[in-house]
Design a protein around this ligand. Structure first.
Ligand code: MLT
Ligand code: MN
Ligand code: ZN
Length: 305
């Protein structure tokens, strides 16, 4: 199974358009140790021809250009994307759907009822798309046992579990969390049993996630912030990381401590905010991750399981 990281940054990307924090300024100036990143998305394939897209970021057109494997050019109009799984309804995971409106068939999208509600009410992208290629919606019912397959994607199956993060600000349930606002996905190659656990938004590793993560060959999880008060300390927000659904890496109960429970899987961070010091390869924070054997994903990274 092939996993291609299309975008490793959180919402806003890196650098963020209006940000002059040390990281954003540094990457604009070409400072060694910093590299630009597009917004949160991965693609997964068994054969390298047919792919499942996880999330559709605002940077999707750039990502498609950077990853020609997703455009196999078998016909006048073509795409390697056979299905799209949305893990939540956030801007950085859904806006790219609008860029796919020229699709020659209805967009095959898998998401939960809660995400469907957000995308037909608070941010009605699906309604807008009904005037273009239309949406072929497949309901995800979060489950710890029921796997599903995607037509056209041979050899892979998917297990989607509810987990704690946050619904977007425009969601009817922003402050009233529902199971299904956010999911994690176990992507498995059926023939070998190899699997990836993917959850770019994750505030807490609840007990039901532990066996799934321990059993995976790689876990790719929320790497948004280093500290809970990162944006408050920089004076750019009043919100804590945990309040908006992201477990920071450092400190008690943080992602480093949580990930240290798992001995088998490769442990990889994704959805990294532009304020996070781990973006600087020469930072002490990055060195701390390296000491713990935790990897930081980057745009174009390939993982073969
Ligand atoms: C998040 O992950 O918290 C959101 O994507 C933030 C945002 O949309 O800016
Ligand atoms: Mn996000
Ligand atoms: Zn910044």
């Amino acid at each position: 199974m092939f996993v291609r990281i299309l975008g490793s940054a959180a919402g806003g990307g890196f650098p963020q358009w209006n940000c002059n924090c040390a990281n954003c300024r540094g990457v604009r100036e070409g400072k060694p140790g910093l590299s630009a990143r597009t917004q949160s998305s991965i693609a997964v394939s068994k054969d390298g021809i047919d792919w499942v897209l996880f999330n559709a970021s605002p940077d999707i057109l750039t990502q498609l250009k950077q990853n020609p494997c997703l455009q196999p050019a078998r016909g006048l109009r073509d795409t390697g994307i056979q299905g799209i799984i949305l893990v939540d309804a956030q801007i950085d995971h859904t806006t790219g759907l609008l860029m796919l409106r020229e699709g020659s068939r209805p967009l095959p999208i898998w998401c939960t009822d809660q995400v469907h509600e957000d995308l037909t009410q608070g941010n009605p992208l699906f309604n807008v798309l009904s005037h273009y290629c239309t949406v072929d919606w497949h309901r995800i019912v979060p489950s710890e046992t029921e796997r599903f397959t995607i037509p056209g994607v041979d050899g892979l199956d998917f297990l989607c579990v509810a987990l704690k993060s946050a619904a977007p600000p425009y969601s009817p349930h922003r402050n009233n969390p529902h199971p299904g606002d956010n999911i994690g996905v176990v992507i498995r190659e059926i023939a070998t049993g190899k699997s990836l656990f993917y959850s770019p938004g994750l505030v807490e590793i609840e007990p039901h996630l532990v066996p799934l993560m321990e059993g995976a060959d790689a876990v790719m999880v929320d790497g948004t912030f280093w500290t809970d008060t990162e944006m408050i300390d920089m004076g750019i927000s009043k919100k804590r990381a945990r309040e908006i659904g992201h477990n920071p890496q450092s400190g008690p109960g943080g992602m480093i401590e949580e990930l240290n429970r798992f001995s088998k899987p490769r442990r990889i961070l994704i959805h990294i905010n532009n304020t996070n010091p781990i973006l600087d390869e020469h930072s002490p924070e990055r060195a701390e991750l390296t000491r713990h054997g935790i990897e930081v994903s980057y745009d174009g990274m390939d993982i073969t399981l």
